[in-house]
Design a protein around this ligand. Structure first.
Ligand SMILES: [Zn+2]
Ligand SMILES: [Zn+2]
Length: 337
């Protein structure tokens, strides 16, 4: 028997912050899975949502888009899953299927997307529902808590890293990563597994994060004001700090690529054209496609990423968010109902 209500956290339009609330169990639509949440990662995007930096929510919404759960029920048109199966629910929770982006293989840029934990209630709760067509299988070899960060930190990190492979020219060997949090700690291992050298840039003086990066195979680790010992082939920025963009451009070689992997960034200061000249590329990564999800989960199944997690009980979601904000999490914070 399912309970009628559940514990949850919501963000509402009135004021920034997370609020604890008892909610009715969500109703399972025709294409949905009803899922018992086993673990839900805390992503930096959740911080931006809580702070209203992505706008005020239209209605109170449950954040959380790195949801690992167990299927309890299927809507009458939901296919491809069965009761009891483990399922992953990522940020992209639906697309329109009709816009030029959906038609052109760029569903991550859909004009009318549905995002988990922003447009649909997410996993900071005991239960949630998700459209079965956007749910992802998770690789074996990761328990629920360690699988959760794969669903955004891993996935967006993967898309960012793949975009950093550049278009033509010599294949990138030296990668710089700015902001050594949940995404970076996975991307670092991905790059090392592909024979690349990783240069990790942390907050200045954050020796703990620098040591963490070296433990994960980074060749070099320093502060964001430091210059790398050599020019880099690609720079991946995960910290939401616009001032890092000119710094990263200055650190890449001709033809190099700078990819911004976050959903929000402080303003980018103006910089000399010299930094972009030489066919350097500056771009961003937005969301993910289902194919990214399938590709990344297959890769994660092959290379056995060491996922560093800090679990928190669901009723301490506010504490987990505060710790992430303070830069006190090595790897990824994960809520466990
Ligand atoms: Zn669309
Ligand atoms: Zn995320």
């Amino acid at each position: 028997m399912l309970p009628e209500t559940m514990d949850a956290w919501v963000v509402d339009a009135q004021a920034p912050g997370l609020r604890r609330q008892r909610l009715p169990l969500p109703a399972c639509g025709p294409n949905d899975l009803l899922v018992k949440v086993r673990a839900c990662g805390v992503c930096r995007t959740d911080l931006h949502l809580v702070d209203h930096e992505l706008g005020r929510p239209q209605r109170p919404v449950v954040p959380g888009h790195e949801v690992v759960g167990q299927v309890l029920a299927l809507g009458e048109q939901a296919r491809g899953w069965r009761i009891g199966q483990r399922v992953g629910i990522p940020w992209l929770g639906g697309t329109c299927g009709a816009c030029p982006y959906c038609g052109g293989g760029q569903e991550n840029l859909c004009d009318h997307p549905v995002f988990t934990g922003r447009d649909r209630d997410g996993g900071y709760a005991g239960y949630c529902v998700a459209d079965a067509r956007w749910c992802l299988p998770l690789p074996e070899g990761y328990d629920d808590i360690h699988a959760a960060p794969l669903l955004c930190a891993g996935l967006i990190g993967f898309r960012t890293w793949r975009m950093g492979q550049g278009a033509g020219g010599p294949a990138p060997r030296r990668i710089g990563i700015w902001g050594f949090g949940a995404a970076a700690h996975l991307v670092c291992q991905l790059a090392v597994a592909h024979g690349q050298e990783v240069h990790a840039f942390t907050r200045d003086g954050d020796l703990r994060a620098q040591a963490f990066a070296r433990r994960l195979g980074a060749t070099w680790a320093g502060g964001s004001s430091d210059e790398p010992p050599q020019l880099l082939d690609a720079a991946l920025i995960f910290a939401p700090v616009g001032a890092l963009v000119p710094a990263a451009l200055a650190a890449v070689r001709k033809g190099g690529v700078v990819v911004c992997g976050g959903i929000h960034m402080s303003p980018i200061p103006s910089f000399d054209y010299d930094l972009l000249w030489g066919e350097r590329t500056l771009c961003s990564v937005a969301n993910l496609t289902r194919q990214d999800g399938l590709d990344f989960m297959a890769l994660a199944g092959r290379i056995a990423l060491k996922v560093q997690v800090q679990p928190f009980p669901l009723d301490q979601a506010d504490i987990a968010v505060a710790r992430l904000r303070a830069g006190e999490i090595d790897g990824a914070a994960v809520l466990v109902p």
